[in-house]
Design a protein around this ligand. Structure first.
Ligand code: SF4
Ligand code: SF4
Length: 353
């Protein structure tokens, strides 16, 4: 009989995986300095320092071969210690400062750029999209790659007014995209289709119950009907019945949001608002996505004050000026802050402030 080690289940004690310098100064870190793009120097109250080198990672997936290469570098330059950040950046932890240049040269030779710190473009995050999900309306990793290529210099240099975070979600079920300075959100533009010849295989009550807006009603004893007026194209019903399909290659695309923020610095966290309700899917270079994002970013770079995130810049100048400066046409489908109207009245489109 297999013996189960007591305490061998679950997350191992955190101390087992911490670099010695982190363990020695656990809970006693004082501050950090940005040495140069991609290099952060953490300083403990004891005076000890810990250097971190941050690199960009591919959106949503990384090959075993790449991970083995990075692990070899971690063994050679950071005592085998590394961490993956919330934005999927890879960080070598506790690098010898005398070996920083050598490590940066070697990791960049593998194709991983060093950067994404302070006032730069931080690692773009994207959901896996078509790789493993049945809901996406767009190819999140593909757009992330196209944007990463187009904005490569902004990842490597700290010359933006403030941090720039771009999140990409393949469908409207993800709130993560609305929590970034610029978000891309996949949108289905039509209601799901019901395969009448197969729908009887599904459990009617489960399918009806899965709809968050009550758009699905029974149709006889074996089928269902979808009310287009109520359907928000979320695709939840397709997860409960394989006879309901969502997505149309000719209609699907994505929306663009701006002004989201997850951190509590400055004026605090906020949800972004949709400013471009639809752009078509256009792989492999995703020109529409790249143009929209660079257009918004350039307007912000040109007009923002130092350390002003996109949200704070828009709230200072007002949404009407944002649309003009970014060269975006106002659409009736834009989200204009209905839920937070009092809070955002000052910057509401209808005020023209
Ligand atoms: S955001 Fe949507 S498309 Fe992307 S993984 Fe989540 S459910 Fe799937
Ligand atoms: S896509 Fe979403 S809103 Fe539309 S019918 Fe299905 S579950 Fe309901």
């Amino acid at each position: 009989m297999t013996k189960i080690k007591v305490g061998g289940i679950g997350v191992p004690p955190v101390e087992e995986n911490l670099p010695p310098v982190v363990l020695r100064n656990y809970g006693k870190w004082d501050t950090h300095e940005n040495e140069r793009p991609g290099v952060i120097k953490h300083i403990a109250k004891s005076g000890e320092v810990c250097y971190i080198v941050r690199i960009a990672m591919p959106p949503s997936r990384v090959s075993v071969a790449s991970m083995l290469d990075l692990c070899d570098l971690a063994d050679s330059y950071s005592g085998g210690f590394f961490r993956i950040t919330l934005r999927n950046s890879f960080e070598f932890v506790d690098v010898n400062p005398a070996k920083l240049d050598e490590l940066i040269q070697k990791v960049e030779a593998l194709g991983f750029p060093v950067g994404g710190t302070k006032n730069s473009l931080h690692n773009i995050i994207a959901c896996p999209g078509w790789i493993h999900c049945n809901l996406p309306a767009t190819d999140s990793p593909g757009i992330a790659k196209a944007l990463g290529d187009a904005l490569f210099d902004e990842f490597k240099n700290q010359r933006l007014p403030a941090w720039l975070k771009i999140n990409i979600g393949g469908c409207a079920n993800i709130e993560e995209a609305l929590m970034a300075d610029i978000g891309i959100i996949g949108v289905h533009r039509d209601i799901p289709i019901v395969l009448e010849d197969k729908i009887r295989i599904c459990e009617q009550p489960t399918v009806i119950h899965s709809c968050p807006t009550g758009a699905i009603k029974p149709k006889g004893k074996e089928s269902v009907t979808i009310n287009a007026e109520r359907c928000i194209h979320c695709g939840a019903c397709t997860m409960h019945c394989e006879a309901i399909l969502t997505g149309d290659p000719k209609l699907d695309g994505f929306a663009v949001s701006v002004g989201g923020k997850a951190s509590n610095t400055g004026s605090g966290p906020d949800l972004g608002r949709i400013v471009i309700p639809y752009l078509p899917n256009n792989p492999p270079h995703w020109e529409e996505a790249v143009n929209a994002v660079t257009q918004i970013m350039n307007a912000w770079v040109k007009n923002a004050r130092p350390d002003e995130r996109i949200k704070e810049w828009i709230h200072r100048i007002g949404w009407d000026r944002f649309y003009k400066r970014a060269g975006i046409r106002v659409s009736i489908k834009d989200v204009d802050g209905f839920w937070f109207n009092n809070e955002f009245a000052r910057s509401d489109l209808r005020f023209g402030w």
